[in-house]
Design a protein around this ligand. Structure first.
Ligand code: PEP
Length: 251
Protein backbone atom coordinates (compact mmCIF):
# COMPACT_ATOMS: atom_id res chain seq x y z
CA UNK A 1 0.00 0.00 0.00
CA UNK A 2 1.61 3.26 -1.12
CA UNK A 3 1.29 6.29 1.12
CA UNK A 4 -0.20 9.19 -0.80
CA UNK A 5 1.82 12.37 -1.07
CA UNK A 6 0.43 15.86 -1.55
CA UNK A 7 3.20 18.37 -2.17
CA UNK A 8 2.74 22.13 -2.44
CA UNK A 9 5.12 23.91 -4.79
CA UNK A 10 5.02 27.57 -3.83
CA UNK A 11 7.36 28.58 -6.66
CA UNK A 12 8.49 32.22 -6.17
CA UNK A 13 5.52 33.32 -4.08
CA UNK A 14 4.95 34.58 -0.51
CA UNK A 15 6.85 36.94 1.75
CA UNK A 16 8.24 35.61 5.03
CA UNK A 17 5.27 36.67 7.18
CA UNK A 18 2.86 35.00 4.77
CA UNK A 19 4.91 31.82 4.82
CA UNK A 20 4.84 31.82 8.63
CA UNK A 21 1.07 32.43 8.77
CA UNK A 22 0.48 29.61 6.29
CA UNK A 23 2.61 27.22 8.35
CA UNK A 24 0.83 28.07 11.60
CA UNK A 25 -2.56 27.61 9.93
CA UNK A 26 -1.90 24.18 8.43
CA UNK A 27 -0.12 23.01 11.59
CA UNK A 28 -3.33 23.50 13.51
CA UNK A 29 -5.47 21.77 10.90
CA UNK A 30 -3.46 18.77 9.75
CA UNK A 31 -2.91 15.71 11.89
CA UNK A 32 -0.49 12.88 11.14
CA UNK A 33 -1.97 10.23 8.87
CA UNK A 34 -0.90 6.75 7.73
CA UNK A 35 -2.53 7.34 4.39
CA UNK A 36 -1.20 10.67 3.26
CA UNK A 37 1.95 12.73 3.61
CA UNK A 38 1.95 16.53 3.32
CA UNK A 39 5.00 18.33 1.96
CA UNK A 40 5.55 22.06 1.52
CA UNK A 41 8.19 23.23 -0.94
CA UNK A 42 8.71 26.94 -0.23
CA UNK A 43 11.28 29.33 -1.70
CA UNK A 44 14.68 28.30 -0.30
CA UNK A 45 14.82 31.35 1.99
CA UNK A 46 11.98 29.94 4.11
CA UNK A 47 13.12 26.32 4.35
CA UNK A 48 14.71 26.76 7.75
CA UNK A 49 11.81 28.66 9.26
CA UNK A 50 9.26 26.09 8.04
CA UNK A 51 11.39 23.19 9.24
CA UNK A 52 11.37 24.69 12.70
CA UNK A 53 7.66 25.44 12.65
CA UNK A 54 6.85 21.88 11.51
CA UNK A 55 9.34 20.22 13.86
CA UNK A 56 6.69 18.64 16.08
CA UNK A 57 4.33 17.78 13.22
CA UNK A 58 4.26 15.21 10.42
CA UNK A 59 4.43 17.92 7.75
CA UNK A 60 7.56 17.62 5.63
CA UNK A 61 9.57 20.29 3.87
CA UNK A 62 11.05 20.11 0.38
CA UNK A 63 13.24 22.30 -1.80
CA UNK A 64 12.20 23.37 -5.30
CA UNK A 65 15.59 22.64 -6.87
CA UNK A 66 19.25 22.24 -5.95
CA UNK A 67 22.71 21.99 -7.52
CA UNK A 68 24.21 18.57 -8.13
CA UNK A 69 27.50 19.00 -6.29
CA UNK A 70 28.28 19.28 -2.59
CA UNK A 71 30.03 22.64 -2.69
CA UNK A 72 31.87 24.94 -5.04
CA UNK A 73 32.06 28.27 -6.80
CA UNK A 74 28.47 28.32 -8.06
CA UNK A 75 27.13 31.74 -7.12
CA UNK A 76 23.51 31.66 -6.05
CA UNK A 77 23.19 27.89 -5.86
CA UNK A 78 22.23 25.59 -2.99
CA UNK A 79 23.80 22.17 -2.58
CA UNK A 80 22.25 18.84 -1.63
CA UNK A 81 24.58 18.70 1.38
CA UNK A 82 23.21 22.07 2.59
CA UNK A 83 19.61 20.88 2.22
CA UNK A 84 20.33 17.67 4.10
CA UNK A 85 22.20 19.55 6.80
CA UNK A 86 19.17 21.77 7.37
CA UNK A 87 16.81 18.78 7.69
CA UNK A 88 15.06 19.05 4.34
CA UNK A 89 13.60 15.70 3.21
CA UNK A 90 12.35 16.24 -0.34
CA UNK A 91 13.55 18.07 -3.41
CA UNK A 92 11.60 18.77 -6.60
CA UNK A 93 13.82 18.07 -9.60
CA UNK A 94 13.30 18.74 -13.28
CA UNK A 95 10.18 20.87 -12.90
CA UNK A 96 9.14 22.05 -16.37
CA UNK A 97 9.79 25.67 -15.33
CA UNK A 98 13.39 24.72 -14.48
CA UNK A 99 13.68 22.95 -17.82
CA UNK A 100 12.11 25.88 -19.70
CA UNK A 101 13.69 28.92 -18.01
CA UNK A 102 16.90 27.55 -16.48
CA UNK A 103 18.10 25.22 -19.23
CA UNK A 104 17.76 22.02 -17.23
CA UNK A 105 18.09 18.97 -19.44
CA UNK A 106 17.46 15.28 -18.81
CA UNK A 107 21.17 15.00 -18.13
CA UNK A 108 21.20 17.71 -15.44
CA UNK A 109 18.08 16.19 -13.91
CA UNK A 110 19.81 12.79 -13.77
CA UNK A 111 22.89 14.29 -12.05
CA UNK A 112 20.65 15.98 -9.49
CA UNK A 113 18.63 12.81 -8.88
CA UNK A 114 21.85 10.88 -8.18
CA UNK A 115 23.08 13.68 -5.90
CA UNK A 116 19.77 13.72 -4.02
CA UNK A 117 20.02 9.99 -3.30
CA UNK A 118 23.65 10.35 -2.23
CA UNK A 119 22.42 12.75 0.43
CA UNK A 120 19.34 10.75 1.37
CA UNK A 121 17.01 13.39 0.00
CA UNK A 122 13.88 12.07 -1.71
CA UNK A 123 13.59 13.48 -5.24
CA UNK A 124 10.23 14.41 -6.70
CA UNK A 125 11.18 13.91 -10.34
CA UNK A 126 8.98 15.89 -12.72
CA UNK A 127 8.19 14.66 -16.21
CA UNK A 128 5.60 15.78 -18.72
CA UNK A 129 4.83 16.53 -22.31
CA UNK A 130 4.06 19.80 -24.12
CA UNK A 131 0.74 20.38 -25.86
CA UNK A 132 2.42 19.84 -29.23
CA UNK A 133 3.82 16.52 -28.09
CA UNK A 134 0.44 15.47 -26.71
CA UNK A 135 -1.27 16.34 -29.97
CA UNK A 136 1.36 14.33 -31.85
CA UNK A 137 0.46 11.36 -29.58
CA UNK A 138 3.98 11.34 -28.16
CA UNK A 139 3.05 11.62 -24.47
CA UNK A 140 3.98 8.11 -23.39
CA UNK A 141 7.22 7.98 -25.36
CA UNK A 142 8.29 11.43 -24.07
CA UNK A 143 7.58 10.75 -20.38
CA UNK A 144 9.04 7.24 -20.59
CA UNK A 145 12.26 8.62 -22.04
CA UNK A 146 12.39 11.32 -19.34
CA UNK A 147 11.97 8.67 -16.63
CA UNK A 148 14.61 6.42 -18.13
CA UNK A 149 17.14 9.26 -18.33
CA UNK A 150 16.37 10.66 -14.88
CA UNK A 151 16.89 7.24 -13.26
CA UNK A 152 20.13 6.26 -14.99
CA UNK A 153 22.50 4.89 -12.33
CA UNK A 154 19.81 4.89 -9.61
CA UNK A 155 19.62 1.57 -7.75
CA UNK A 156 16.40 -0.36 -7.25
CA UNK A 157 16.44 0.36 -3.51
CA UNK A 158 16.78 4.07 -4.19
CA UNK A 159 14.14 4.07 -6.93
CA UNK A 160 11.62 2.55 -4.51
CA UNK A 161 11.90 5.68 -2.36
CA UNK A 162 11.50 8.13 -5.24
CA UNK A 163 8.46 10.13 -6.23
CA UNK A 164 7.67 10.86 -9.87
CA UNK A 165 5.38 13.77 -10.68
CA UNK A 166 3.60 13.49 -14.00
CA UNK A 167 2.97 17.10 -14.96
CA UNK A 168 1.70 17.77 -18.48
CA UNK A 169 3.24 21.17 -19.27
CA UNK A 170 0.03 22.44 -20.85
CA UNK A 171 -1.84 21.87 -17.58
CA UNK A 172 0.53 23.78 -15.27
CA UNK A 173 -0.87 27.07 -14.06
CA UNK A 174 -3.35 27.17 -16.95
CA UNK A 175 -6.49 25.94 -15.20
CA UNK A 176 -6.57 23.04 -17.69
CA UNK A 177 -6.37 19.63 -16.04
CA UNK A 178 -5.86 16.31 -17.73
CA UNK A 179 -8.96 14.20 -17.17
CA UNK A 180 -8.49 11.80 -14.28
CA UNK A 181 -8.59 8.89 -16.74
CA UNK A 182 -5.95 10.44 -19.01
CA UNK A 183 -3.71 11.25 -16.06
CA UNK A 184 -4.13 7.73 -14.71
CA UNK A 185 -3.28 6.21 -18.07
CA UNK A 186 -0.02 8.15 -18.29
CA UNK A 187 0.83 7.37 -14.65
CA UNK A 188 0.22 3.68 -15.45
CA UNK A 189 2.59 3.95 -18.43
CA UNK A 190 5.21 5.53 -16.14
CA UNK A 191 4.78 2.70 -13.64
CA UNK A 192 5.17 0.21 -16.46
CA UNK A 193 8.37 1.96 -17.53
CA UNK A 194 9.70 1.68 -13.97
CA UNK A 195 8.82 -2.02 -14.04
CA UNK A 196 10.82 -2.56 -17.23
CA UNK A 197 13.76 -0.56 -15.83
CA UNK A 198 13.72 -2.32 -12.45
CA UNK A 199 11.08 -4.82 -11.33
CA UNK A 200 7.44 -5.20 -10.38
CA UNK A 201 8.48 -4.71 -6.80
CA UNK A 202 9.98 -1.28 -7.51
CA UNK A 203 7.05 -0.32 -9.75
CA UNK A 204 4.61 -1.17 -6.96
CA UNK A 205 6.58 0.85 -4.41
CA UNK A 206 7.34 4.04 -6.32
CA UNK A 207 4.88 6.87 -5.82
CA UNK A 208 3.54 8.72 -8.84
CA UNK A 209 1.82 12.07 -8.46
CA UNK A 210 -0.22 14.02 -10.96
CA UNK A 211 0.35 17.77 -11.24
CA UNK A 212 -1.36 20.44 -13.31
CA UNK A 213 -4.10 22.73 -12.00
CA UNK A 214 -5.00 20.39 -9.15
CA UNK A 215 -7.48 21.97 -6.73
CA UNK A 216 -9.92 20.87 -4.04
CA UNK A 217 -12.64 20.45 -6.70
CA UNK A 218 -10.76 17.87 -8.78
CA UNK A 219 -8.44 16.10 -6.32
CA UNK A 220 -10.91 13.43 -5.20
CA UNK A 221 -11.45 12.08 -8.67
CA UNK A 222 -7.73 12.12 -9.43
CA UNK A 223 -6.92 10.26 -6.22
CA UNK A 224 -9.60 7.66 -6.91
CA UNK A 225 -7.46 6.34 -9.76
CA UNK A 226 -5.21 3.31 -9.16
CA UNK A 227 -1.98 4.76 -10.44
CA UNK A 228 -2.22 8.26 -8.99
CA UNK A 229 -0.62 8.37 -5.55
CA UNK A 230 -0.93 12.07 -4.88
CA UNK A 231 -0.46 15.48 -6.38
CA UNK A 232 2.15 18.15 -6.93
CA UNK A 233 0.22 21.38 -6.58
CA UNK A 234 1.24 24.90 -7.53
CA UNK A 235 -1.40 27.64 -7.41
CA UNK A 236 -3.87 25.97 -5.03
CA UNK A 237 -1.10 25.17 -2.54
CA UNK A 238 -0.67 28.89 -1.80
CA UNK A 239 -3.95 29.00 0.06
CA UNK A 240 -3.73 27.25 3.45
CA UNK A 241 -7.40 26.25 3.55
CA UNK A 242 -7.16 24.75 0.05
CA UNK A 243 -3.95 22.93 0.92
CA UNK A 244 -5.59 21.40 4.00
CA UNK A 245 -8.53 20.25 1.85
CA UNK A 246 -6.15 18.72 -0.71
CA UNK A 247 -4.33 16.75 1.98
CA UNK A 248 -7.55 15.69 3.67
CA UNK A 249 -8.84 14.36 0.34
CA UNK A 250 -6.00 11.85 0.52
CA UNK A 251 -7.13 10.30 3.79
C1 PEP B 1 3.31 22.95 -10.44
O1 PEP B 1 3.84 24.01 -10.24
O2 PEP B 1 3.98 21.91 -10.34
C2 PEP B 1 1.89 22.95 -10.78
C3 PEP B 1 1.33 21.80 -11.06
O3 PEP B 1 1.24 24.15 -10.79
P1 PEP B 1 -0.37 24.39 -10.84
O4 PEP B 1 -0.97 23.48 -9.80
O5 PEP B 1 -0.55 25.82 -10.53
O6 PEP B 1 -0.82 24.01 -12.21
Amino acid sequence: MRKRIIAGNWKMFKLSGEAADFAEHIKEQLTASDQVEAVICPPALYLNDLLQRFETTAIKVGAQTMHDTDEGAFTGEISPAMLKDLGVQYVILGHSERRQYFNETDDTVNKKVLAAFNHHLVPIVCVGESLEQREALETVSIVSAQVEKAFQGVTAEQAKQAVIAYEPIWAIGTGKTATADDANEVCAAIRHKVETLYSTDVANAIRIQYGGSVKPENITELLSKDNIDGALVGGASLDPAAFVQLVEAGT
